[in-house]
Design a protein around this ligand. Structure first.
Ligand code: ADP
Ligand code: MG
Length: 195
């Protein structure tokens, strides 16, 4: 489903961040990049959704080059969880989760039902949490929202860049278990990339 063909990324300062990377990630596969800081994990993830342009080589999604996709079509079908908790502070929890569904112009009722379902999925009572602002949540709770926000519009691909690194060990372990269960529950052809 995702294929890297001789992908190289050189930044302006000429440092080679990714060097002739070849790999296949199958539908439904849970793929994890492991390596020391600075080895190119974030760069690799961000090239998939075109946040970072490749220097040479090709990335295919479903055998179509990513450069041939309309950028919105590509991004709307890829959920992305950032390393740092990155909720919009002025928006409520429900509004944060609904960003992509809103962009896709889902109707209000469908958005309401989806945000309810997602909050329940990660153990946050919608009645209590939907209208809160991010600062009224703990770090672990915010990162849970970051994860379900990436799932909101049911993308085919989910990229997670060290989604647990900002968490304390207990929240981290709990969220790791939850995501592993989520992946089993979501039986569509999701492809999870972790770094
Ligand atoms: P990781 O996520 O594995 O820690 P990164 O992909 O962030 O690694 O970085 C890989 C290499 O590319 C590092 O040497 C880093 O310094 C360099 N790098 C990352 N982003 C930039 C940038 N915007 N400009 C120049 N060099 C960068
Ligand atoms: Mg990184």
């Amino acid at each position: 489903m995702i294929r890297f063909e001789n992908v190289t990324k050189k930044y302006d300062n000429d440092s080679v961040a990714v060097d002739h990377l070849n790999l296949n990630i199958e539908d439904g596969e849970f793929f994890v990049f492991i390596g020391p800081s600075g080895c190119g994990k974030t760069t690799t993830l961000k090239m998939i959704n075109r946040l970072i342009p490749l220097t040479t080589g090709t990335i295919y999604i479903n055998e179509k080059r990513i450069s041939d996709y309309d950028i919105h079509e590509l991004r709307y079908d890829i959920g992305y969880v950032l390393q740092q908790i990155a909720l919009f502070p002025h928006m409520t929890i429900a509004e944060n989760i609904a960003i992509v569904p809103e962009l896709k112009k889902w109707d209000k009722q469908k958005i309401y039902e989806r945000t309810t379902e997602l909050l329940e999925m990660v153990g946050l009572d919608p009645a209590l949490y939907r209208d809160r602002k991010p600062k009224e949540l703990s770090g672990g709770e915010q990162q849970r929202v970051g994860v379900v926000r990436a799932l909101a519009a049911d993308p085919s691909i989910i990229l997670m860049d060290e989604p647990f690194s900002a968490l304390d060990p207990i929240s981290r372990q709990k969220l790791q278990q939850d995501i592993s269960e989520l992946q089993k529950k979501i039986k569509k052809n999701h492809c999870f990339c972790y770094s």
